[in-house]
Design a protein around this ligand. Structure first.
Ligand code: PBG
Length: 369
């Protein structure tokens, strides 16, 4: 214990104490280099790989290619000129001759597939959608024409009654007209699918969301000998407000909410993720070759979940409303059309879609060269 009176001891004690601000020690001690607050000691600098365009290209994880796209096309009767669809700039209803031309262009650009949607005159529609089973239906003639001129193109057709019913629903109604009759609708869709398989479609695409239709269609096509006709199942199809412009295009808008029922009794509730996975699993068990999620952009989480849950190819449908949204904002000068088009599709692919149905298919293939 040092003696307090001793000067030496007091100096010794002072030197042992941690320096206080303003103390003599701070003035006397050897200068230490101060840390530079702007120079961090970082081992990991992810930005190293973002410095140049070539580095960014090297580490790019998702790449869009023309062969990722499926072009939805609208077909009409007659020989008239292309009909514009107000809410879908750049998209037209085409007569069969123009449709074939468009298919040739798409094939040249490297787009491997088209999805056909007929738009029927009102006089051919009725309560039961019987024109769907017409052996010479518009869409069947369109398929034959495409297969004849552009045989290398994959052709898929929608299996649902909405272009054919006066009420615009995807199936026939119950006697009380307060819901779509599931099983009776399935029996019609099965016949429709076999008709489509007979003219040589590569994939039938049931978009109706009836229960059990994938299995029923698979069995019927097999029994009829069309074992190689595939099924792209609209498995997770949500009751979405983003289908508005499409309903203008095929003239099925009447059921969109104005009439007795909306499509909520058969399409998925946008709030439900688990239920979407149940639908995807059922369709896979029933024999779907490709599982689809629709819409795409607002449902990226569902695309990812389905991607993780199945080993089948996953398709996503960037629907009419997603297309219209980008176009409307671009027209107002608020968004860059080409950049948003690219980014929206890149996001869908990154989420896990192997293929994307999009009205941007032709432009994207042109852009990607
Ligand atoms: C109906 C069908 C719809 C779409 C494809 N098939 C609309 C609906 O369910 O009412 C929508 C496609 C789009 O919005 O681009 N069978």
């Amino acid at each position: 214990m040092p003696w307090n009176g001793c000067g030496l001891c007091r100096t010794f004690e002072f030197l042992q104490k941690p320096p206080e601000a303003g103390s003599l020690w701070l003035l006397l001690r050897p200068p230490r280099t101060m840390p530079d607050p702007f120079k961090l000691d970082l081992t990991h600098r992810p930005r190293r790989l973002r410095r140049t365009a070539s580095l960014r290209a090297l580490v790019e994880e998702t790449v869009l290619r023309p062969q990722n796209f499926i072009a939805p096309l609208f077909v009409i009767e007659g020989k008239g000129s292309p009909e514009a669809i107000t809410s879908m700039p750049g998209v037209f209803r085409l007569n069969i001759a123009d449709l074939v031309k468009e298919c040739r262009t798409l094939a040249k650009l490297g787009v491997p597939a088209v999805a056909l949607f007929p738009s029927l005159p009102a006089r051919l529609k009725n309560e039961e959608g019987t024109a769907a089973l017409d052996e010479d239906a518009l869409v069947l003639r369109a398929v034959r024409a495409i297969k004849k001129s552009v045989p290398q193109l994959t052709v898929m057709t929608d299996i649902a009654l909405d272009p054919y019913t006066t009420h615009g629903h995807d199936g026939v109604l119950t006697p009380a007209r307060d819901d779509v009759a599931n099983d009776r609708t399935v029996s019609i869709l099965v016949k429709m699918a076999v008709l489509h398989a007979r003219v040589g479609v590569d994939l039938v695409a049931p978009s109706d969301m009836m229960d059990g239709r994938v299995g029923a269609i698979r069995r019927a096509m097999d029994a009829a000998g069309y074992v190689n006709t595939g099924i792209m199942a609209y498995s997770a199809k949500f009751a979405s407000a983003y289908y508005g412009p499409f309903r203008e295009a095929v003239g099925s808008a009447s059921a969109a909410g104005t009439s007795l029922l909306s499509k909520k009794t058969y399409q998925l509730n946008p709030a439900n993720r688990r239920e979407a996975l149940i639908e995807a699993a059922l369709d896979e068990q029933e024999g779907a070759d490709i599982i689809m999620v629709k819409p795409a952009g607002p449902y990226l989480d569902i695309i990812r979940e389905v991607r993780n849950a199945t080993r089948k190819p996953v398709a996503a449908y960037q629907v009419s409303g997603e297309y219209a949204q980008i176009h409307a904002a671009a027209k107002a000068g608020w968004l860059d059309l080409a950049k948003c088009r690219h980014e929206s599709l890149l996001a869908i692919k990154r989420a896990g879609a192997d293929m994307i149905l999009t009205y941007f298919a032709r432009e994207m293939a042109q852009e990607l060269g």
